[in-house]
Ligand binder design. Structure first.
Ligand code: SAH
Ligand code: SF4
Length: 381
């Protein structure tokens, strides 16, 4: 069922749509661009702060639009590198957003790279056997405004943390759609958000800095290719044969490798960017040397980079990560086959720890204590 908010948020509008609404309400078209400049260039947090707008226009804005309809809930377990946040939506649903400040080698924290990992659904319907979001089930799609709001929250937090308070042009090196949910199952929202992130009137973030991760919805991968945006596409493969993939990813029964691989190939040909294949290493499930060989074959066919991720333990699930020796043997086979491969080792740096795990942990502890969802965490206002 489609979720309808009490009031629209400005964060979900494209300039064209907002211009139409402004004209229809009897105001001049250029007022729309003025509002967007305040929101995205000057990053003000209220209509009142928009100094060059006439009173009647501000009254119309106030009546028809909100800015933030979401609230940040702090995570006590954040560390210097990874800050995980629970975000509460207007209907009290919880989602996760992660801000990662990874220092560059040889450079101080000041010059660190900033990545934001956003969610696109509340929960997820695809039920991958290893994933906390899958375990939670699906509640609803996010609105475009709820995705953009996550980034606006992260801008504010990053600006607060910055020593240079005059710098209002906070931006991010990478945006990754690797939080909760399946981006390609909320397709129209995804495309709208990508436009808002990418547009000069919006967040002005280069498409090349944006990664969309998918569990493999083959037809939507091709459809995304038709949009022609040079974003990066990461495919959560996690199994290099149908037999193994079927065991852990129910989506593979709908779109087996014979469909997924050509769809990925078509995307790669249209967009011309190297694909990434994500491969979580799970002990005894997909870490055999035969799987490594089969993975190498797929990666070479797609000219894709492989990102191996040792499995992150999820409470309530029995899966384990393989030993370091086993992980190394797996990666060595890929290297021998001349596949471009990385393995993520640093604990706190793992974006994938975001995928529903924080929310799951919170909901489990809430259920245990039967407390109100947010009371221990909400930031005082
Ligand atoms: N639904 C999309 C995007 C969100 S998940 C997708 O599946 O690609 C982002 C990544 O985290 C995916 O590659 C997912 O498989 C991975 N992931 C999920 N649970 C994980 C876990 N416990 N440990 C490591 N990675 C995990
Ligand atoms: Fe959904 Fe992705 Fe988790 Fe699978 S891995 S359940 S598709 S969020």
């Amino acid at each position: 069922m489609r979720y309808i908010p009490n009031k629209k948020s400005i964060f979900g509008e494209t300039l064209e749509l907002f211009e139409e609404a402004v004209i229809e309400a009897g105001f001049s078209k250029y007022r729309a661009k003025q509002v967007f400049d305040w929101v995205y260039k000057k990053r003000v947090k209220s209509w009142d702060a928009m100094l060059n707008l006439p009173k009647d226009f501000k009254a119309w804005l106030l009546e028809n639009y909100e800015m933030h309809v979401t609230r940040i809930i702090l995570d006590k377990q954040s560390n210097d590198v990874t800050n995980k946040f629970l975000v509460q939506l207007e209907d009290k649903s919880l989602i996760e957003t992660v801000l990662i400040r990874a220092p560059q080698i040889g450079v101080g924290q000041k010059d660190s790279r900033k990545t934001v990992c956003v969610s696109i659904q509340v929960g997820c319907a695809y039920g991958c056997k290893f994933c906390a979001s899958g375990l939670l089930g699906f509640k609803r799609n996010l609105l475009a405004s709820e995705v953009v709001a996550q980034l606006m929250h992260m801008c504010e937090i990053d600006q607060e943390a910055s020593t240079d308070k005059s710098n209002d042009s906070v931006t991010f090196d990478n945006i990754v759609f690797m939080g909760m949910g399946e981006p390609l199952a909320n397709f129209d929202t995804l495309v709208r958000v990508l436009r808002i992130l990418n547009a000069p009137w919006g967040m002005n973030i280069g498409a090349r800095r944006i990664t969309v991760s998918t569990s493999g919805l083959a037809p939507q991968i091709e459809k995304l290719g038709d949009e022609g945006m040079p974003i990066r596409l990461a495919i959560s493969l996690h199994g290099a044969t149908n037999e193994v993939r079927n065991q852990i990813m129910p989506i593979n029964k709908r779109y087996p490798l014979e469909q997924l691989i050509p769809a990925a190939q078509a995307f790669q040909e249209k967009i011309g960017r190297m694909l990434t294949l994500e491969f979580i290493l799970i002990e005894g499930i997909n870490d055999s040397l035969d799987q490594a060989r089969a993975l190498a074959k797929i990666a070479r066919k797609l000219h894709a980079h492989v990102n191996c991720i040792p499995y992150n333990k999820v409470e309530g699930l029995e899966w384990k990560r393989p030993s370091i020796t086993r992980q190394n043997k797996f990666v060595d086979i890929l290297k021998k086959e001349r596949v471009s491969v990385t393995i993520r080792r640093e604990k706190g740096h793992s974006i994938n720890a975001a995928c529903g795990q924080l929310k799951l942990k919170t909901e489990l502890s809430m259920a245990a204590s039967e407390k109100s969802p947010s009371s221990p965490f909400i930031k005082p206002e």
